[in-house]
Design a protein around this ligand. Structure first.
Ligand code: FES
Length: 127
């Protein structure tokens, strides 16, 4: 199990809920950092084999740290900063695509996107 090194500067203590249990966290740290300090040391299991996974790269590359955060599945916990009262659930197997998170992603893409026309679907769709 990991333990936290002492901060040079005092940070505000927050409470988050991991699988329904209250856990202390420091302002500014990632969810993955909190999960690494609390047993069981895992964030999810795989949809195919059920193998247990835990944060690995801590920089958004490996996707081993996926968990459900405030009801949104497959969040990269190594890139997500804690906030007071946040609810985190270790992810069990496959998750459905979350309409809310897809909506945000589409909105973000539109700002920088060029017009794209999709053909061959029976009708032309312009996005
Ligand atoms: S720990 Fe690798 S993507 Fe989060």
């Amino acid at each position: 199990m990991f333990r936290k090194l002492q901060d040079a500067e005092a940070r505000r203590t927050l409470t988050i809920y991991v699988d329904g249990k209250s856990v202390s966290a420091s302002e500014g740290e990632t969810i993955a950092g909190v999960l690494l300090r609390h047993a069981p040391l895992l964030t999810r299991n795989t949809p195919v084999s059920g193998a247990l996974r835990a944060p690995y790269c801590m920089m958004g590359v490996c996707f081993e740290c996926l968990a459900v955060v405030d009801g949104v599945p497959s969040c990269q916990t190594c890139l997500t900063i804690v906030s007071d009262g946040m609810c985190v659930e270790r992810q069990d197997g496959r998750r459905e695509v979350c309409v809310r998170s897809v909506g945000v992603a589409r909105r973000d893409r539109r700002e920088d996107a060029h017009e794209v026309v999709l053909h061959g679907t029976g009708q032309d769709v312009t996005r």
